[in-house]
Design a protein around this ligand. Structure first.
Ligand code: GRG
Length: 296
């Protein structure tokens, strides 16, 4: 019987959403709208690909994915914060995301900045509160992994390089730097954190990393391709379209055909790397295939 990836993704996304709901319910018990603003973007219809990758890595290692739900949610909180800030007038100035008004359009710019900040800080509160008795070293490794992937060496570094490159004729090295850090590092951390949570050895972790790095780069190239061929879910990019056009992208530099070739090559590399992992990698394979075929 073949593996039903759609069912799997739907079920895991539902569990992630339920956990996010439980974890952020208390944010509504405040005399100000911060909880509402945080939850508006958290529940605005994301694919949950990062937390699902974390849970899939845990399962691949033979762990109980339910125990890792707070870890997975912490990563989704960081992702959501990055989207809220990316949409701000000072960044991409987008009015819509996932077909809905962006956070600052609903709550105002100052509250949107705070909602992003609150999600960023709460992610680390959640991660450091996970019950991991006797595994304090692993818990610290998880905290380090997420900080590094989202900070100046990771996502923020990628975003800074992206801003610097705007409107310039970029070279491949700059483009790869932007993609690897802006998008790749958080996706890679998602997989690695699942493996770390489930007790992977350094050698095993290295194998999960090769899969994740190839997948992360493929994911960003796919995103750029979808932008070019017209992604209906981003139809509201009326204002942000300007910023999008100034960005350095794979299709922008190499054209659509070469980008599609690169996307297939990277996905194949991710799939091949799974042969090195001794556990059953059906779920990770199915996710790589699914991402290659995604249309939003
Ligand atoms: C401004 C702090 C800050 C960081 C900016 C991640 C990022 C760096 C900006 C987000 C904008 C963007 C298009 C980044 C590329 C990564 C990417 C493809 C994000 C969209 O991820 P999906 O497709 O989104 O997983 P959903 O909506 O499914 O959650």
């Amino acid at each position: 019987m073949s593996f039903l990836i759609d069912e799997y993704l739907k079920n895991r996304a539902k569990e992630v959403e339920e956990a996010l709901d439980r974890l952020t319910a208390s944010a509504l018990d405040t005399p100000h709208p911060i909880g509402e603003a945080m939850r508006y973007s958290l529940f605005a219809g994301g694919k949950r690909i990062r937390p699902i990758l974390t849970l899939a890595a845990v399962e691949t290692m033979g762990g109980d994915y339910k125990e890792a739900l707070p870890v997975a949610c912490a990563i989704e909180m960081i992702h959501t914060y990055s989207l809220i800030h990316d949409d701000l007038p000072a960044m991409d100035n987008d009015d819509f995301r996932r077909g809905k008004p962006t956070n600052h359009k609903v709550f105002g710019e100052a509250m949107a900045i705070l909602a992003g900040d609150a999600l960023l800080t709460y992610a680390f509160e959640v991660l450091s509160s996970v019950e991991m008795p006797g595994r304090e070293k692993e818990q610290l490794a998880l905290i380090r992994e997420l900080s590094k992937a989202s900070g100046f060496q990771g996502m923020i570094g990628g975003q800074a390089a992206d801003m610097e490159a705007e409107g310039k004729n970029g070279d491949e090295a700059t483009l790869l730097y932007i993609h690897r850090h802006k998008t790749g590092d958080l996706l890679t951390a998602s997989v690695r954190m699942g493996a770390i949570f489930a007790g992977a050895s350094d050698q095993e972790l290295g194998k999960f990393t090769v899969y994740a790095e190839n997948l992360g780069l493929a994911f960003q190239i796919q995103d750029d391709i979808l932008d070019v061929i017209g992604d209906q879910s981003k139809i509201g990019k009326a204002v942000g379209a300007d910023a999008a056009l100034r960005k350095m992208t794979f299709p922008g530099i190499y054209g659509l055909e070469a980008s599609q070739k690169k996307l297939h090559e990277l996905t194949q590399k991710a799939l091949t790397s799974l042969n090195e992992i001794s556990q059953d990698t059906t779920v990770l394979q199915a996710i790589a295939d699914y991402l290659l075929k995604r249309e939003f």
